[in-house]
Design a protein around this ligand. Structure first.
Ligand code: PLP
Length: 400
């Protein structure tokens, strides 16, 4: 294992590895730091190519101790699919979607929770918990079941029903509450303080981000060890965006890529856009968004503990934070399905809408290589019912 230590993402304060952690003393996320010089001497493109695909091939850049088996449900390498007709419609060339909906439990939350639960098992944790808008709860429950440990989740009332029932099917205790995800998170924090469970909330433990960062590692290898011109990411807690930004720095430090970086676009819904507001105001931290509402529940996060890290990555990269209206989200989902046969989740629809808006505003070029992130399977969400009803006795098939 190549982990050196952990450090506070705000103050840089040192924390030892090998023991269980939540937030730093400053109340900010902890980040895992590796001996990247040692990784550099070991990890080659050739070695990576020879390994079976999937997140565990990146073991040198992951925190799992030597000899420890990961808790795994088959974390595939997700495909990078072209969207040629959508691109052509916008007179653009090179539009790709990384389809994270292929992962266990149908979302990329599996990456983070495979890592977090693998570590929790190492530390002998017997019960884990988090607040969720749906996908994190399902992934937590599935990996906890696979690890043989207990799980509790609390979700807002608007959480998609399929997520609530799926999570309970894995044997987790599920509560549906009358509030937003950060308010549910308060109960999880109180339970953790009372010793009921270990708090696995987004960025409040240091390992989910390490699992999600694999998106960035995988993307670099899939594109032949270069990165796209721009990445559009559906931003809730921002773990994936911060994680990929960290992954790119690590890849450069171990000599697998150069200093070039994509411009990072954080996409949010107009009904919940705290990061976009802070980005526009030039703020370092984002204030809580009151009355959050959007169909894209995965990005309905009024207050993100890693807000300053998201804003930093977007600014350093020369990208932008973009808010899209609900109609554009629905249109994005419909267009990708109809034109290119790819069923996006609503958050993926938001990202597509964000790219269209950026193209219109000249923030991205028509011939640039763009990667959109679709972070869950589209068929986990309700879709408009467009089927026509017929009575078999009254129609002839030739008339249809
Ligand atoms: C959780 C989630 C997001 C937001 O991910 P973060 O990395 O926490 O910002 C986006 N889309 C879907 C489908 C999600 O489940």
């Amino acid at each position: 294992m190549f982990v050196n230590h952990l450090e506070c993402s705000l103050t840089g304060e040192y924390y030892p590895s090998g023991q269980i952690h939540n937030l730093s003393r400053a109340g900010k996320p902890l980040l895992v730091r590796y001996d990247l010089q040692a990784v550099r001497e070991r990890l080659t493109k050739q070695l990576l190519q020879e390994r079976a695909p999937g997140m565990w091939k990146w073991r040198e850049l992951l925190p799992l101790p030597d000899g420890a088996e990961p808790v795994s449900l088959g974390e595939v390498e997700t495909p990078l699919l072209p969207l040629p007709r959508l691109a052509a419609e916008a007179e653009a060339g090179n539009l790709l979607v990384k389809d994270e909906g292929r992962l266990p439990t149908g979302s990329f939350k599996a990456r983070g929770l495979a890592m977090a639960i693998s570590m929790a098992r190492q530390f002998g944790t017997s019960h884990v918990a988090l607040p969720t808008n749906g996908n994190a709860g399902a992934a937590l429950a599935a990996y906890a079941a696979a690890a043989g440990i207990g799980a509790t989740v609390i979700c807002p009332a608007e959480t998609p029903a399929i997520n609530v029932t799926e999570t309970a099917a894995y044997g987790a205790e599920v509560y549906v509450a009358d509030g937003q995800i950060d308010e549910c998170g308060r109960l999880i924090g109180e339970g953790a303080a009372a010793g009921r469970w270990f708090d696995c909330s987004t960025l409040k433990e240091p390992y989910r981000i390490e699992g999600k960062k694999v998106m960035g590692l995988e993307l670099a290898e899939q594109l032949g060890w270069r990165l796209p011109d721009a990445i559009f990411y559906p931003t809730g807690g921002g773990t994936g965006l911060i994680g990929m930004w960290k992954a790119f720095a690590e890849l450069e430090a171990v000599g697998l890529i150069g200093p070039e970086r994509p411009r990072m676009f954080a996409v949010q819904a107009e009904g919940c856009a705290p990061i976009v507001r802070a980005w526009k105001n030039g703020d370092e931290f984002a204030e809580r968004w009151e009355g959050a509402a959007t169909v894209a529940t995965g990005i309905r996060v009024p207050k993100a503990v890693g807000d300053f890290l998201i804003l930093r990555a977007v600014r350093e990269s020369g990208g932008a934070a973009i808010a899209v209206p609900e109609e554009a989200i629905a249109r994005g989902v419909e267009d990708a399905a109809r034109l290119d046969g790819v069923l996006l989740c609503p958050e993926g629809g938001a990202v597509l809408a964000g790219w269209r808006m950026a193209l219109e505003r000249g923030l991205v070029g028509r011939d640039e290589q763009i990667v959109l992130f679709n972070c869950a399977a589209g068929n986990k969400y309700p879709l408009p019912d467009r089927a026509k009803r017929i009575r078999l006795g009254e129609v002839n098939g030739a008339e249809l």
